[in-house]
Design a protein around this ligand. Structure first.
Ligand code: PLP
Length: 394
């Protein structure tokens, strides 16, 4: 007998969305050398880390040069100052968390896969679609069954559960990637009620919470009853430009139990086995995000992206194209004009106006007919791209 690889990998879709986009863009670039391409595709940020973060990390580097302040291994679940800083951030919105309910992470992507360790593989996942592709792939890799709940224009991309909704592990992402839709308190309340009645667990992806405005919820824990049915996965990637620096946090309430097993205690066991902590320097930088100064500085960067989103939305409005998102999220989700398919629109925009977006089909079947524009780029380039879109479709 020879070693058997994990056969679940055979069930993954052949080509990853951004890989396919990258290949098409590269082919265009080779055929048209010297042409500027305007990238409103991949959701990476363009603004640098803010000064408060940089000074905190510089000071932390100096701490590492000195025997008196040197930090070796850090506690697997997070350094106390980082956990306290995150708890303080939640307290600003009247969400009270204990330090030991907050776990440091290297970002949301790692957690979205790793957290599945807590649940028996026989418990199916329910994923609202269109969805961030990692939810589906992480489940398929471990052999978990996946069901989909379609979101569409008819429910403003915010599906709600009813008596027939089935699933043990439900992924909710609000503000949503790719649609930019944000659940209201009432909407999240419906999900919390449903999960508590069924004994399901909500995996709430709050990677874009910092873009929420007004009274809309940033966290599932703003909803009464969520501590007995939800885990929140968050990240400093989009909040504070940590995409390449890598830091996030996950909240698992101590009250969260299933079958007499405590999920918070299980995650402590998982982290202490699977990790040896996260860099002291990064946690110092992360804690600086949640100071008054840090929050003011990151909000300036978020304001910059929001201005880009307004530029894109204005162009779409002028061209009479329907869209969602853009206000409480960095993504503008447009309906493909003239009945085009989403890859058809991708090719048209790349070839005619050199603007790269993300075809909705890459986020699942129900994303077909839609197209995602990201506001994370440079303001000047976004303005040129918006103008080209306006001209092409007016
Ligand atoms: N969740 C969503 C919805 C995302 O869009 C992304 C990144 O684009 C992530 C999670 C991953 O973020 P991180 O950089 O923290 O791994």
């Amino acid at each position: 007998m020879s070693l058997k690889p994990n056969g679940n990998y055979r069930n993954l879709k052949e080509s990853y969305l951004f890989f396919r986009i990258g290949k098409k863009v590269e082919a265009y670039r080779q055929a048209h050398p010297g042409q500027t391409i305007y990238r409103l595709g991949i959701g990476d940020v363009s603004r640098p880390l803010c000064p408060a973060v940089i000074s905190a990390m510089e000071a932390a580097v100096r701490d590492q040069a000195n025997a008196a302040t040197f930090q070796g291994y850090t506690p697997e679940c997070g350094l106390p100052f980082f956990r306290q800083a995150v708890a303080g951030y939640y307290a600003r919105r009247q969400v009270s968390l204990e330090e030991d309910e907050i776990f440091v992470s290297s970002g949301a992507s790692d957690e979205l896969g790793d957290i599945l360790d807590l649940f028996d593989v026989s418990s199916p996942a329910l994923i609202t679609q269109p969805a961030y592709p990692a939810y589906v792939d992480a489940s398929i890799m471990v052999g978990r069954k996946v069901r989909f709940l379609s979101a569409g224009a008819e429910n403003d991309f915010l599906p709600l559960p009813d008596d027939r909704t089935e699933g043990d592990l439900i992924y909710l992402c609000s503000p949503n990637n790719p649609t930019g839709a944000v659940y209201s308190r009432e909407g999240l309340h419906r999900w919390v009620e449903w999960a508590n009645v069924r004994g399901a667990v909500i995996l709430f992806d709050a990677a874009y919470e910092a873009f929420v405005e007004g009274d809309l919820p940033h966290s599932i824990f703003e909803i009464p009853g969520a501590k007995s049915c939800a885990i929140e996965i968050s990240s400093l990637s989009k909040t504070a430009g940590f995409t390449g620096t890598r830091l996030g946090y996950t909240v698992i309430p101590t009250a969260l139990e299933r079958d007499d097993m405590n999920l918070n205690a299980m995650w402590v066991r998982n982290r202490t086995t699977r990790t040896n902590g996260i860099s002291y320097i990064l946690q110092r930088g992360g804690a600086a995000v949640f100071t008054d100064e840090g929050l003011k500085q990151i909000s300036e960067n978020i304001g910059y992206y929001k201005q880009n989103a307004r530029t894109l939305m204005a162009a779409l409005s002028d061209a009479g194209i329907r869209f969602w998102g853009g206000r409480n999220a960095p993504y503008v989700w447009m309906a493909c004009p003239r009945g085009m398919g989403s890859w058809e629109l991708f090719d048209l925009m790349l070839n005619e106006i050199q603007v790269v977006g993300t075809p909705g089909e890459g986020f699942g079947e129900s994303g077909e007919g839609y197209f995602r524009l990201s506001s994370f780029g440079d303001a000047g380039e976004t303005a040129v791209a918006a103008e080209r879109i306006r001209k092409l479709f007016t």
